[in-house]
Design a protein around this ligand. Structure first.
Ligand SMILES: [Zn+2]
Length: 497
């Protein structure tokens, strides 16, 4: 489906009624069109459009869950939709999303949203996600004054009158529609500053529930070291003017831009658990969701089928963090533990959901990609160049594949398509034969696509022998007594000796 028109600004007014989980709201949408065109807004279950104000040259028709819109010439169109009702409440956020109505431990109201899977239209009239980003979002909430609203970006104003409060947040960086968020709860606020490599300061803000303030102060000590690692590896935090914020949510987490949703219970690992032996050293949700500020929010998948790149590179970012904080051995152990969570049942690029593989297998593919570089420094530079050159861009799989093929020697597009379009990873077939003075090793990738090549290291000598494997039989000889075996930790393949 093609994209028609560009969404420029969104201006929300939002009033929740906690007693019956309904909302009353409006959104002003400014669209830019290069020619006469049509587009569709979707309206989620339980929402009613009370009115739609529009300029001349704009027509619309409500058709069930859709509002079919058309503009009769090029230009800028600003429409205002008033909507109300009881939108879908999330059953199992963040996976099965919608508005999240909860009570905090002291019985106070706590509202959030998570709609990455379903789409923003579950709670406001919106175009389908992944076809649009907005350039500017301003979000005003009106709500009981004993609570506080944290949205995306910078605080514009915060007024209290009687028992109501009106708070406005604004971001002027491009933002995916599923990242637009509302968090209203009895929040505490504390902040600190990160002194960055270029001498500037980044404002860091935290919004834990009031009851969790002390836990948050302790747990979020991980934030500044993490941001230093990520800025060093992927370039400056993209939305600098907005500052970086973490907001406590009633669900595990989400990469809401400039307002990272955090619900990991102030525990390390994933809710206190870990399978790698390394992950327990840090707060998985804090590190993973923050990694999305670079991989997802800044470098954004162009189409739904490109979405794997956000999760693959963000999962790889966890390894980058481990390497930065705990060293190369821990990082290698961490990334290799991801193998336990690869299914290899459906291709990542395919009609069927590959499930967790776009995270784990995707990250293992990036790890394998790094082995094409001749030094760590070269790989670190290539990865950072990619993040910086694609900053705030929508990137397709093809763009990504071509970029790395042009910027990392030995890499060709088929390297990526081997991992992305086949259910199984590369399968290494090899034979080792003893000779008088050592060994002969014959090897090939037996499910290689035409033109596929990957580095494989062999344990036998110091330094380990590095071979470039493809679909053809090759061989090498080594002297010595130790029988060579492929090193499965440096690159990702299955071995069939
Ligand atoms: Zn993620």
């Amino acid at each position: 489906m093609g994209k028609s028109g560009d969404l420029r600004t969104l201006l929300f007014q939002f009033k929740p009624d906690f007693s019956n989980q309904t909302i009353q709201a409006s959104v002003v949408q400014t669209w830019q069109f290069a020619k006469a065109d049509t587009f569709t807004l979707f309206v989620g279950e339980g929402l009613k459009i009370d009115s739609l104000k529009h300029p001349e040259g704009f027509t619309w028709k409500r058709n069930g869950k859709k509002i079919s819109c058309s503009v009769d010439s090029a230009g800028r169109y600003t429409i205002q939709l008033y909507y109300s009702g009881k939108p879908i409440a999330a059953k199992n956020p963040p996976w099965d999303g919608g508005l999240v109505w909860r009570k905090d431990p002291s019985g106070k109201n706590w509202l959030g949203v998570s709609c990455q899977g379903q789409g923003a239209y579950t709670w406001w009239p919106a175009p389908l996600d992944h076809l649009q980003e907005a350039d500017t979002v301003e979000f005003t909430a009106v709500y009981p004054s004993d609570l506080f609203f944290k949205g995306n970006g910078e605080l514009v104003h915060n007024w209290e009158y009687g028992n109501l409060r009106t708070t406005t947040w604004q971001t002027t960086y491009p933002i995916n529609l599923y990242n637009i968020t509302v968090n209203i709860a009895d929040y505490e606020h504390f902040s600190e500053k990160l002194l960055r490599a270029d001498g500037s300061e980044l404002e860091i803000s935290y919004y834990p529930l009031r009851v969790n303030l002390e836990k948050a102060k302790k747990q979020f000590q991980q934030t500044i070291p993490m941001l230093k690692c990520f800025e060093n590896a992927f370039g400056m935090y993209p939305c600098s003017n907005d500052g970086f914020s973490v907001v406590e949510t009633a669900y595990a987490g989400m990469e809401h831009q400039g307002a990272i949703a955090y619900g990991n219970g102030y525990k390390d690992g994933y809710g206190g658990a870990d399978y790698s032996g390394v992950g327990i050293l840090f707060d998985f949700i804090l590190i993973h969701e923050s990694g999305h500020e670079w991989w997802g929010n800044s470098v954004t998948a162009m189409n739904p089928e490109d979405f794997w790149m956000q999760e693959a590179f963000c999962t790889y970012a966890e390894m980058v963090y481990v390497n930065c904080r705990f060293g190369a051995q821990a990082a290698l152990k961490y990334i290799n533990a991801k193998k336990r969570l690869v299914d290899n049942i459906h291709p990542i690029l395919g009609k069927k959901d590959s499930g967790i593989d776009m995270y784990t297998k995707g990250a293992l593919m990036v790890h394998t990609l790094s082995a094409f570089a001749s030094t760590n420094e070269q790989w670190e530079k290539v990865l950072k160049d990619f993040a910086v050159s694609m900053k705030f861009q929508k990137v397709s799989t093809e763009m990504l594949v071509n970029w790395f093929s042009a910027n990392l020697e030995g890499v060709s597009p088929v390297f990526f398509y081997q991992y992305l379009t086949l259910a199984k990873p590369p399968i290494l077939e090899y034979y080792v034969r003893k000779t008088e003075s050592g060994f002969v090793v014959k090897y090939r990738i037996n499910n290689a696509l035409q033109g596929f090549e990957m580095p494989i290291f062999w344990n036998s000598s110091e330094p380990p022998k590095r071979t470039i494997c493809n679909g053809s039989w090759q061989e090498f000889t080594v002297s010595g007594l130790e029988e060579p075996s492929p090193d499965s930790t440096q690159t990702y393949f299955l071995a069939a000796p």
